[in-house]
Every structure is written in structure tokens, then in C-alpha cells.
Design a protein around this ligand. Sequence first.
Ligand code: ATP
Ligand code: MG
Ligand code: MG
Length: 218
Amino acid sequence: KSIVHVSSFPFKKRYSWIQLAGHSGSFKAGNGGRILKKYCENEKLCFEQLKTDSLAPFVPHYYGITHEDGEWYIQLDDLLAEFDSPCVMDCKMGTRADGKGSTNFKRTKTKEQILQVFIDFVNGNKKVVQAYMTRLMEIRKALETSEFFKRHEVIGSSLLFIHDKNEVAKVWLIDFGKTTRLPSGKTLNHRLSWEEGNREDGYLLGLDNMIAIASSIL
Ligand code: ATP
Ligand code: MG
Ligand code: MG
């Protein structure tokens, strides 16, 4: 239910950095294995808070803002840097049932379709699925204790899946451009279904589904 869309893109050539989704022109290669993403105040605030949160190990390291060629950017670790010929999947989390999405990538709807996309993405490799499962469970644990997550409505954020031919497989939380802090004192459950005004984002429902799908392969 909660996984709005998945785009997968296994590729063979070594790229120093590749943008799989998002607005073209909003990224640039940075120095020393970093990437630059066009500045958005909201996202900067999220990355600042995430630095000291239980989610920190699962978010690209943030190095502050920088000004280049007349534009402000946030500087992040290039998550692809540690991989050898990586396969990458951007899985947008959460739902607002209206079916509107911001990209032209294929949108997948049923559990069976997601399962098939996932199997194709890992090329049927169970060792890779197992590594992803372990990582997703660590992420769920971190989310359930995260002060940041409790107090934010997480919309349009993704889990970025990356593995390579050495069977190294990791997942990170990325894209906090539309993640907003709730009014003081308000918290979210992230598993309740969305109703007008409750601001629930279904993030953990989507993650539970993803973990169930991965374990059904194993
Ligand atoms: P949109 O809102 O349309 O989803 P966006 O412009 O906010 O896109 P992101 O979703 O943050 O951009 O990133 C787009 C793509 O760039 C991701 O799917 C991923 O492939 C790549 N990407 C983003 N951050 C990183 C990173 N730190 N390291 C490596 N690749 C990244
Ligand atoms: Mg995105
Ligand atoms: Mg975005």
C-alpha cells in the first residue's frame, strides 16, 4: 500500500556518480567523493538535525552548504563511492493516495509487481536480498527510536538501495526536501492510515511491506 513507486536501474559501466531521479540540474559532482544538491532550507534543517539522531548511520553524511557558480548547494557524501559497478534503486516512501508523482519513472502498484521488480533488481541473488533485509531491519529499529522521525512528516523521501557485484548491499534514507517538522508537542505514528488533517505518512507501513517482500524471497 504505502510504497508509491519504485524505479530500478541496474547498470554495467562504472559511473563516478549517477542521478536516478529528481530534477535535472539540481545536482553537481562535488570534491572528495561528495555530491552537491541544490539548496533548500527545509532539507538543510533536516540534515542538520539528523547528524545527531539515531538515523545518522543511515543518512548520507552532511558537510554544510556551499556557494558555486551563483547557486547555493548542500554537500553530501556520494553514496555510490564505496561500490564497484553499483546497481541502484530509488524507492519513494509514504503515500497520499492521490496517485500523483513527480517523475516519469514506472510506477508499481501491487505487492506482486514490487516483488518482481525487487527480484529483477537483485538478479535473483539471495545473498544480496539477505544483506538488504538486515539493513532494512536496522533502519526500522533506528526509525522506531528516532527523535527526528517522531516529530517529522516524511513526504517524498526515498530509500536508496545500492548493491554491487561484490554482494555489498546497503540502504540509505535520502531526500528530505518535503519533510516537515510538526508543531511542538505533536508526534506521528507512521503506521496509521492517512486521513485529512492527521498528517500520517505511512512510512513504517511501507517499510514493513518492503521487509515482508524481501523475506518472502528468502
Ligand atoms: P525528487 O524530489 O524528484 O525525488 P530530488 O531533486 O529531491 O528529487 P533526490 O531524490 O534527493 O533529488 O535525489 C535524486 C537521485 O539522486 C536519487 O534517486 C539518487 O539516485 C541520487 N542521489 C541522491 N542523493 C545521493 C547521494 N548522497 N549519493 C548518491 N546518489 C544520490
Ligand atoms: Mg527524491
Ligand atoms: Mg525531493
